[in-house]
Design a protein around this ligand. Sequence first.
Ligand SMILES: [Zn+2]
Length: 267
Amino acid sequence: MPELPEVQTVVTGLQQIVGKTILSWRELRSGTVLQHLPSNTSAQHLGIIKTVTRRGKYILITTSTQITVVIHLRMTGRLLMKNKNAPLAKHTQALIQFQDNTCLHFVDPRTFGKIEIYPHDQQPHALQVMGPEPLESAFNPAYLLALTRRRTAPIKNLILNQSVVAGLGNIYVCEALYRARIRPQRTAASLTLPEAKRLYQAIVDLLAAAIAHQGTTFSDYRTIRDQSGNFQQFLRVYHKNTCPEGHIIKIIRQAGRSSFYCPTCQK
Ligand SMILES: [Zn+2]
């Protein structure tokens, strides 16, 4: 699933649609686009794109008609910029056509992705309860340490929780815990202050590096120009057989996901 660095890369690429006039949108697979507008409002003409931003793993597009388009790529969703008459890729679920003969294609083989259309003053519940952005100042070692107190959940589950910190998923959590030398199954409350500081720094450094390399392509993720990310070559434990020190990686199941960790490097 695309995580913060992948979604940020898509959002950075999408800055090219700011100022474009939307001609129309088409839903090719029913259920891909969900409207939350008052019944007397037509979303067919959405006006001019004003901003494209990210919150957690969500893409937020605002328009001159006071509408916010909220896109979540989920497992396999991709947004691709194409010219008007470009052929449709397999599994294209929706299109936004612009007046300048360009078109944004939403391609999603597994169809878990969603495009939701809201009035500008409303947003999905998930965004209302979302925790701080990890690359902003509200996320810091003191915040992280305070959250872990009296929490019996494993530290990995805690930082995967989007209401604790936004945008992290399985790949970057496994990698951050390796870099911080903390085992994923440790209870959150067992973290010491030095460990919380290491984990904070590992998360921040990892996300910045992954954004600089346009994200990690493990299977489906692509940039809007249909290119792979490059950060997969810097992964140290996720789907690896050995860590960089040559120790055998162990895999356990936690909260329905595979955790990859090094029993030697991580305590
Ligand atoms: Zn190791």
